[in-house]
Write a protein that binds this ligand. Sequence first.
Ligand code: AMP
Ligand code: ZN
Length: 470
Amino acid sequence: MKIYNTLTKKKEEFVPINPPNVGIYVCGPTVYDYFHIGNARSFVMADIIQRYLRYKGFKVKFVMNLTDVDDKIIKKANEEGVDAKEIAERFSQAFFEDIGKLKVRKADVYPKATEHITEIVELIKKLENKGIAYRTNGDVFYDVLKFDEYGKLSGKKIDELESGARVEINEKKHNPLDFALWKSAKPTEPHWESPWGEGRPGWHIECSAMSMKHLGETFDIHAGGHDLIFPHHENEIAQSEGATGKPFVKYWIHFGFLNIRDEKMSKSLGNFFTAREILKKYPPETIRLLFSQTHYASPLNFSEELLNSVNKGLEKITNFYQTVTGLEEKTKETGGYPDFDIKKYYADFENAMDDDFNTPKAVAVIYDFIKVVNKLISENTDYSKEFYRDVIGFMDKTAEGVLGIVKVDETPAESSTGKIDELLNLFVKIRSEAKKNKNYEIADLIRDELGKLGYILQDTKDGTVIKKKV
Ligand code: AMP
Ligand code: ZN
């Protein structure tokens, strides 16, 4: 199995450090808003990689962090006049709902930065003791000139980076490329005690501390979007290797951007669709098929026309799956087995995926498989149960098990969860009308009955928020 490694800029044979165990860390969301379909691409492709490694028999430990203390979260909290914690909790919950709808398998650990302050402080202390970090008035910075290999991931030299980087001029820093490990906090911001005074961690140190805590000082795979190569991942390497003196990560994987008219989809440009709004119109399998049809490292231009055309492809897969499951139920044990070698299709699928997770090729293998089986069925349907079971087994293990593109539940695109959300919102509307009319009995009845069904209504300054009991 080969993986393109951003660190060596080569496709390399994948040899885990401690087989069959594989440790993977993926940079997760900053929980200040709903994630967009560009973020979704990174989450889904990471999911396909972990699913395939499990398919291959590796014992995967998959870790995805949640950045739950950050400037963007604080800004949003200030705008809404609420606690930063409330924003982080609200959007962490939304994140879990949305990745669930996208059929992203649960990670083994979802570490949160705010729950790893001790580890973060310890790591910064280590860097300070080694003379790689310095403090200025409650802030602590990483001294990039102390790490000889700085730039090895992004392939840039320090002087090139200095002249090219749009780094913030800050007279507290020795070098413009130095970055904050610990920031002194304003009294209104989230803060923790530390040897440098009250403050909060920088973003990069969070990922170094959380990945090493859960996967060890050296682990197999670290992934994230292409935008994270510099400075985020470059800085993670500098921090971790600076502190431990050991290699941090063996294989670095970076996901290409999802673009809109050749421009990266991003919150700041405003050219985004949230995953939630797309999921109201399309099933998750369409979104996953769309992503699978492009190699994870290439850019992908997103449009609704493209989604609509992928939806047609999905219909083909869905119809096929329904046909063969229907035939499997009807058929007898005794029918014949056609001249058909299913092993060839498993081999083709694995060859595609072994080649740096070539999902477009893997999808082509699945379409080819469907074409051949459809032809066999059109000639004769009197095959044995064993044949249909093999066909279904192939679809379950590859198309569904790895890519997650088989739509088994035949509810239309407006899925049942979408309808439940609409009904819940309707109840919330009726309840606020009741409250306006001082009909507190009805309002309380709605709240209590929904509570029994596991939905908690919380009244906030901006209206009622619905939470699902877990
Ligand atoms: P954020 O919440 O902005 O920290 O991003 C979460 C993940 O989504 C990171 O791995 C980013 O690199 C990735 N990401 C952000 N924008 C895009 C995009 N347009 N296409 C693909 N991945 C993205
Ligand atoms: Zn990270």
